[in-house]
Design a protein around this ligand. Structure first.
Ligand SMILES: *Cc1c(COP(=O)(O)O)cnc(C)c1O
Length: 398
């Protein structure tokens, strides 16, 4: 019996687009039912272990090794989307960051990091890495000479996040990549906010890309997972860290992530459109003091964002002119936006850094880094944008 699944997409199409890759990756799936009944959707193989060939230790498959069928399918898919040689899926974004950096750094090594990073990553660097004898220096990413000044003979890697949470500042990786290449350091980029639809760091000189796949890659607020992409020998080292630190994902999480990826391109494009329209509307409203969105001409990195991003993203922030009290009333009155942490999914969410990522700081300290009370982070979903605008408008009037 014949099937019509081509051997690989690459055999037919030399340069498939991102949506085609996200949907089809490297077909076909195994002929699991026999007689050519190749399923259109990847089968979920919810088995931790597999019958082992006798007389050899080669080819051992086990979920914690990251080499079982659903992990391998989604790993190949993610590598193609980021234009990387290889990818590894882990059980969370934090697991991805931790295992990627544990593969790069040894006791006595030094890491230079942007000061503008995810709170969990900051804790990992300051609390856990210090205990492992790995020193971290934080640099203001907008101070271009700061990177070189922070370097030491023991520096092994540079870590950045872009676009930045929650201010949506956009970093230019190219000068940084020039520096890390010159000295032989690894440039590691947490690209969670961009997704490969809007930005692919490897094309700008990065060596390693990290994602909280919990966010845009899966996109439905129903899977916790992370991913690391880069050169195959490096990904193999991360895999070995994952195997002993135990950050492997369950097959069902991989299956759901593969399903989420199929709509990545259409989801993110819609989020880009919705966020731009909402940001433009918010900028005209007198109750909103400031709007942070890279797609607005008023954003400090608008020109750079226009040059390097394929889309401005679904993340934005607004500052209510009435401060914290206005934010209390506004959040209580919202009906479409959920007041919830996390981001990047199809449902629109809104959160207050003063009660989440920046709760550990005083009001004055937050204001000093550009997050005054009344600052609201918005993760724009795929609802009809008229309804998102109407919800914000009625909540502002409350
Ligand atoms: C959420 C997030 C993380 C952590 O990811 P988890 O999947 O929650 O472990 C890391 N970096 C960024 C930028 C994030 O938004």
């Amino acid at each position: 019996m014949t099937t019509h699944a081509p051997d690989t997409i690459a055999a037919a199409l030399p340069a498939p687009g991102l949506s085609t890759l996200a949907l089809h990756g490297d077909r076909p799936h195994a002929d699991v039912l026999g007689e050519g009944h190749v399923p259109v959707v990847s089968p979920l193989v919810q088995s931790v272990n597999f019958h082992q060939p006798q007389g050899t230790g080669d080819g051992l498959k086990y979920t914690r090794y990251g080499n079982t069928p659903n992990a391998e399918i989604v790993q190949r898919r993610l590598a193609r989307l980021e234009r990387a040689e290889d990818a590894l899926v882990l059980s969370s974004g934090m697991g991805a960051t931790a295992c990627a950096l544990l593969a790069l750094l040894r006791p006595g090594d030094h890491l230079v990091s942007s000061a503008w990073i995810y709170g969990g990553t900051h804790k990992l660097f300051t609390q856990e890495f210090a205990a492992l004898g790995i020193e971290v220096t934080f640099v203001d990413p907008m101070h271009s000479r700061g990177w070189r000044q922070a370097l030491r003979p023991s520096t092994r890697a540079v870590f950045v996040e872009s676009p930045v949470n929650p201010t949506t500042r956009v970093l230019d990786l190219r000068p940084l990549a020039k520096l890390t290449r010159e000295i032989g350091l690894a440039l590691v980029v947490d690209s969670t906010f961009a997704s490969p639809v809007n930005f692919r760091p490897l094309e700008h000189g990065a060596d390693v890309v990290i994602h909280s796949a919990t966010k845009y890659l899966n996109g439905h607020h129903d899977v916790l997972s992370g991913a690391v992409m880069g050169a195959a020998p490096f990904i193999e080292e991360v895999r070995q860290k994952m195997a002993v630190w135990g950050q492997a994902p369950d097959p069902f999480a991989c299956w759901l992530l593969e399903r989420g990826l199929k709509t990545l391109d259409v989801r993110v494009r819609r989020q880009n459109e919705n966020a731009l329209a909402l940001a433009q509307w918010c900028e005209q409203h007198p109750a909103i003091g400031r709007v942070h969105y890279p797609g607005l001409a008023s954003h400090p990195d608008h020109a750079l964002a226009t040059e390097i991003l394929d889309g401005f993203g679904g993340m934005m922030a607004i500052e209510l002119a009435g401060g914290g009290a206005a934010a209390d009333r506004f959040v209580r009155a919202l009906r479409v936006f959920a007041h919830a942490p996390s981001l990047g999914g199809v449902d629109s969410l809104l959160s207050e850094p003063r009660f989440s990522s920046h709760a550990h700081m005083t009001s004055e300290a937050r204001a000093a880094i550009g997050i005054p009370d009344g600052f609201l982070r918005v993760s724009v979903g795929i609802e009809n944008v008229e309804d998102l605008i109407a919800d914000v408008e009625q909540a502002l009037g409350a």
